[in-house]
Design a protein around this ligand. Structure first.
Ligand SMILES: [Fe+2]
Length: 371
């Protein structure tokens, strides 16, 4: 679960309904709230799930909850209410950590603490990636709150600084999938590295569609008149690194004039996803709209994600030269092709990992109130 769990930081002042821009609607509010009964209620609401399915969390911007006269106390609720394997993974902080489950090495990164190459998190991440034994956990899945690749107007290019610091490291160590939230909608990317299609890049998935009190995001940055100005979407932590594209159809521009080629599928519906690891090279990702049933043909988006460890070798040096030529970079394999390959192949190892990326944001306010 990648952050923004309860909105306890702006629940009371907004009457439980939320506002698109808190600082716009409440310009005189000195600091955000930290309304603990909201956290308590969320815990009770989640209990039917969390009592049966292990839940791992990472902080989002709504967990910052600055308290004190100068807002110097932050993340107090997040740090007090959750237990995560930080010591076991050698990070010794709940702001970033890792763990293994079902043939996957999960890496949870903190976007609201130092992510620069000279910082402790980057150093830990480098060591953690080097320790991964792909014979034990062939898959490496990373997760953090704000997406790097995002074609919605909301939070567009907001965490470019983090991407520029860390993307190369994740790419060289062949991270397979990245889950993020923050944007209140669904979007799946084609394999990409540095905004160029790349068969060895991770599959980025934004699944910030679990519900929230601020409504769903519907505008795309490539819609007419919807491209944010470069001064918009400042992050609540870190610097601003907005930039124009340097290649491709949007060269020299801040926004595309069509759905970017690195954006494979996007939809503004509340939903959830299930990742099923079939073997060391195939995993099935399925996204469901919440209003759909689990019947035949009820999936919103589905794709086999295919690892190619023989072609995408671990890299310890700069990988910029590995970008494939334009027009020659395949996206993830199609369902039909991958399905045939799975059926005809030798399934030497099989595991089903159901990942609870279902509630990236908090539940809808009305659902909470009716619980
Ligand atoms: Fe967020």
């Amino acid at each position: 679960m990648v952050g923004d769990m309860t909105y306890a930081n702006q629940y009371r002042s907004t009457g439980g309904k939320g506002v698109p821009c808190f600082s716009c609607s409440f310009p005189d509010a000195p600091i955000r709230e930290s309304y603990q009964p909201r956290w308590d209620g969320w815990g009770r609401f989640m209990e039917p799930i969390t009592s049966k399915i292990p839940l791992m969390v990472i902080e989002g911007n709504h967990e910052i909850e600055p308290q004190g006269h100068g807002g110097e106390v932050t993340f107090a609720s997040y740090l007090a209410r959750f237990a995560v394997p930080s010591e076991e993974s050698g990070s010794y902080t709940k702001f970033y950590y890792s763990f293994n489950a079902g043939g996957i090495h999960f890496i949870m990164l903190g976007a609201y603490v130092d992510y620069n190459r000279t910082g402790a998190q980057y150093s830990w991440l480098e060591k953690d990636l080097q320790r991964v034994d792909r014979r034990v956990t062939p898959w490496v899945v990373a997760a953090w709150h704000p997406p790097w690749y995002n074609s919605y107007s909301s939070h567009y290019q907001e965490f470019e600084c983090m991407r520029q610091e860390m993307e190369d490291l994740l790419y060289r160590h062949r991270v397979d999938i990245v889950f993020s939230g923050h944007v209140h909608a669904y979007e799946r990317m084609n394999r990409v590295f540095n905004y160029i299609l790349d068969p060895c890049g991770p599959v980025y998935i934004t699944i910030g569609d679990g519900g929230n009190i601020e409504k769903i995001d519907i505008d795309h940055a490539d819609d007419p008149g919807k491209c944010p100005s470069p001064g918009d979407n400042h992050p609540e932590f870190g610097g601003v690194c907005h930039q124009n594209f340097t290649s491709g159809p949007a060269k020299g521009k801040f926004c595309w004039d069509r759905q970017p080629e690195w954006s494979a599928y996007r939809e503004s519906s509340f939903g959830h996803g299930i990742l099923e690891v079939v073997n060391s090279t195939y995993a099935l990702w399925t996204w469901h709209r919440n209003q759909d049933t689990y019947g035949e043909n009820s999936v919103g988006d589905q794709i086999y994600i295919v690892r190619q460890p023989d072609k995408c070798l671990l890299q310890t040096t700069s990988a910029s030269s590995l970008n494939c030529p334009a027009g020659r970079c395949p996206s993830a394999m199609s369902i039909s092709g991958a399905h045939r390959a799975v059926i005809s192949g030798q399934l030497f190892w099989k595991v089903l990992a159901i990942m609870c990326v279902v509630l990236i944001c908090t539940v809808e306010a009305h659902a909470y109130q009716h619980s």
